[in-house]
Design a protein around this ligand. Structure first.
Ligand SMILES: Cc1ncc(COP(=O)(O)O)c(C=O)c1O
Length: 387
């Protein structure tokens, strides 16, 4: 089938890139050791900080988010160190798997993929660890596979309540620039992120925001590290450069994307995401379907995962929507494969993008024979009618 108009890329990342960002990326590549680049590099290492809610350094890698996961671990930990991880979904599972393969001892707290990290379990686990064997607590802020957002501020309080010195490492790959996040205020030691979601850039950049405590931990951490080592990068960054060839053109895009977020204002960006998430949930409930997230305190502002009734295959719904309406939706991953599909409502997005997205979903559900109440779309529009 020939499709006309723009493809709807409504997976929960990579997200749609604004034209301004794409135009910036298409500029000629410059000498990454010259004065023009130095100006760009010096600007970016400062301009990136507010989006993390930090005044501390943010390391920018030419890598996908997985690289930044590894960087967080190898810069702060040593072989055999114990880390506390939580099975909130597919990405938390992959991160703990990486930690195991790197030679760390992982305590992986089982979960049902419908809830976030339970701060009370954090407190109990750490309070019981009187010998302080646990060196780091790893949490995925927004589980992209489930649409569940963990309450990182409360996790911080739990660590403090237990009087435990463990580092707090947080993955914000699908929350940064979409959901309220505060690296400094929440005492996070390493915040991991990526370019391809709330930052509205293509894939290819990833980040580690680092606390002073994390920088101190690096001094005694002995997991092997070379490319990921914060030390040479921060030293080079202090002069506006990188120790190797940075992703010059993506950095042009980053400059524009950060300016766009700043122009809108981060509180407004977060409120916009929450409003679109609420409208999406109104549609889901109107259709008579279930949102995967069970605790309303943990609903994601960035994406919504929708559970299909038994006997209906989520991948069939997605295939019909792609073929008929040229819209990509997120597949169910890992344990929820085939059972859920995910609507990304993050990044460069507005009311009518959501209305179009939900129209396509409603049509696709109907065509796939999923029994739904067609008032779902109207319920979302009723939410959007409010300012
Ligand atoms: C929460 C989360 N963590 C980690 C990753 C892995 O990042 P990447 O695919 O950029 O390596 C993703 C990717 O979607 C993610 O959503």
């Amino acid at each position: 089938m020939t499709h006309t108009g723009r493809h709807f890329l409504q997976i929960p990342g990579p997200t749609n890139c604004p034209d301004e960002v794409l135009r910036a990326i298409s500029q000629p590549t410059i000498d990454h050791r010259g004065p023009e680049f130095q100006e760009l590099g010096s600007h970016l290492v400062e301009a990136i900080k507010p989006v993390f809610g930090t005044t501390n350094p943010v390391v920018i890698y030419p890598a996908s988010g997985t690289g930044a996961w590894e960087a967080a671990l190898v810069n702060t930990l040593s072989p055999g160190d114990r880390v506390l991880c939580f099975e909130t979904g597919h990405f938390a599972t992959l991160w703990q798997d990486m930690a195991t393969r790197l030679g760390l001892e992982v305590d992986f707290v089982p979960g049902d993929w419908r809830h976030g990290v339970d701060p009370e379990v954090v407190r109990e686990k750490l309070a019981a660890d009187t010998g302080h064997a646990v060196k780091a607590v790893c949490c995925v802020h927004n589980e992209t596979s489930t649409g569940v957002t963990s309450r990182i501020g409360e996790v911080r309080q739990a660590i403090d309540a237990a009087g435990h010195p463990a580092l707090l490492l947080v993955d914000t790959i699908s929350s940064l620039g979409s959901i309220d996040y505060r690296h400094d205020e929440w005492g996070v030691d390493v915040t991991v992120s990526g370019s391809q979601k709330g930052l509205m850039l293509p894939p290819g950049l990833s980040f580690n925001a680092v606390s002073d405590k994390a920088l101190r931990a690096r001094e005694s951490a002995t997991l092997p590290r070379s490319f990921w080592d914060w030390g040479p990068i921060l030293e080079s960054n202090s002069r506006g450069f990188w120790p190797y060839t940075p992703a010059t053109n993506l950095l042009y895009g980053l400059k524009v994307a950060l300016r766009m977020l700043d122009d809108e204002g981060l509180p407004q960006v977060f409120a916009r995401h929450q409003r679109h998430a609420a409208a999406t949930r109104a549609a889901v409930r109107g259709w008579g379907l279930e949102v995967l997230a069970l605790d309303e305190r943990e609903y994601s502002g960035a994406l919504t995962a929708i559970l299909l009734p038994d006997g209906h295959d989520a991948d069939t719904v997605r295939r019909i929507i792609l073929e008929r309406f040229d819209m990509s939706l997120g597949a169910g991953l890992g344990k929820v494969a085939g059972k859920v599909f995910r609507i990304g409502h993050l990044g460069h997005f507005n009311d009518l993008t959501l209305a179009g997205t939900l129209s396509g979903v409603q049509l696709g559900l109907k065509l796939a024979g999923v029994p739904i109440d067609e008032s779902g779309l109207q319920q979302a529009l009723d939410v959007l009618e409010q300012p």
